[in-house]
Design a protein around this ligand. Structure first.
Ligand code: AMP
Ligand code: MG
Length: 330
């Protein structure tokens, strides 16, 4: 199969719609990361997504819809607080989990009775979703467990020969996956942190809880339990208070000819003063936006990425730390 990267226009939208209607997957840009989308009503098409990615079949997918799509077609109950959050944050990087009406293929939610729905803000994603006018099940467009893609070229690197079309919508500005919020209970629960933080949600509707997976417990959001986002090279993660240790490892690697790079925020980059640095930037939005870009850049040049956690760890940085920890998990 020949994989084409196409700009988003009338021609590519037409081709994409034909592919979707014939049960194929299309890679699409969003403001968080690129997604690999298929018709959520078509079980075979959804199963193909799991096959293409090598994704474990108990890790459910998020359904993407355009801004005018009536989600009540798909879900049975939308609590009042969810309506307020949707009004404030959608379209945007917030995925909301509801009780499903069972209209989409059961393969989407891997047999759960809930459905995760997202309305992406990316203009290209909106055009595509409006054009196909179907709910599109879409995980990130990478091989399972690899670093999520934030450019069309990243998708190509992972899925060349496995998809027909990658719609090119430029660099995903958000840079980390959407916040996943369970809206099935009286109080919403953050299942995965992202750019819409728990603090922002609390400011809008009052209380919001955060789910912490305990050892031995069945994950409420199955994706949480997996190693994820990992570059194809060795990794080691240090706390920002352990810069000396990170530097020692760096020096040891370099002395025996191992190409090591330090991945860190701008403040640490200026403190360590080494040659091989993958600088994530200083502002928290910038760090989130650069995370996967730098991990992908890193695996191209480094044999060992020595990550140092950013200094700030609240708000958006919580989502960044969650990804960084999983990327460096052994
Ligand atoms: P990805 O597609 O790789 O961004 O992963 C989607 C994330 O959403 C995973 O962490 C899933 O576990 C989570 N998710 C999707 N559907 C549901 C659902 N119905 N209930 C809980 N979590 C979900
Ligand atoms: Mg993913």
């Amino acid at each position: 199969m020949q994989t084409s990267i196409l700009p988003i226009d009338e021609n590519s939208l037409k081709i994409s719609k034909q592919l979707i209607l014939s049960g194929k997957a299309v890679a699409i840009p969003t403001e968080t990361v690129y997604g690999l989308g298929a018709n959520a009503f078509d079980t075979r098409a959804v199963e193909r997504i799991f096959e293409i990615k090598g994704r474990p079949n108990d890790n459910p997918l998020i359904v993407h819809v355009h801004r005018d799509y009536d989600i009540q077609e798909l879900v049975s109950f939308v609590p009042e607080y969810a309506k307020i959050l949707a009004e404030k944050f959608l379209p945007g990087p917030l995925t909301m989990v509801y009780k499903s009406k069972g209209k989409v293929s059961p393969a989407v939610s891997c047999g759960l009775d809930t459905l995760a729905i997202r309305v992406p803000a990316h203009e290209g994603a909106q055009k595509f979703l409006k054009y196909v006018n179907l709910p599109i099940a879409a995980p990130s467009a990478n091989i399972s467990k690899h670093v999520s893609p934030v450019t069309a070229e990243h998708v190509f690197a992972d899925l060349n020969g496995k998809v027909d079309v990658i719609l090119d919508g430029g660099k995903s500005v958000g840079g980390i996956e959407s916040t996943v919020l369970d809206c099935t209970g009286e109080i919403p629960v953050v299942l995965r942190s992202g750019l819409i933080t728990r603090e922002l949600i609390e400011e809008t509707i009052g209380r919001c809880d955060e789910y912490v997976l305990k050892d031995g417990e069945k994950a409420r959001s199955p994706g949480m339990k997996y190693k994820h986002y990992s570059p194809n090279c060795s990794t080691e993660l240090f706390d920002c208070n352990e810069i000396e240790k990170a530097l020692e490892l760096y020096a040891n690697c370099i002395s025996v000819g191992i190409k090591a790079y330090i991945l860190c925020d701008d403040e640490t980059a200026r403190a360590v003063r080494v040659k091989n640095v993958l600088n994530l930037g200083s502002d928290e939005n910038e760090i989130a936006s650069n995370l996967y870009l730098k991990l992908r850049e890193g695996e191209e040049v480094a044999q060992m990425i020595i990550a140092v956690s950013p200094r700030k760890q609240s708000g958006i940085m919580k989502g960044v730390m969650n990804r960084l920890t999983k990327a460096c998990k052994k």
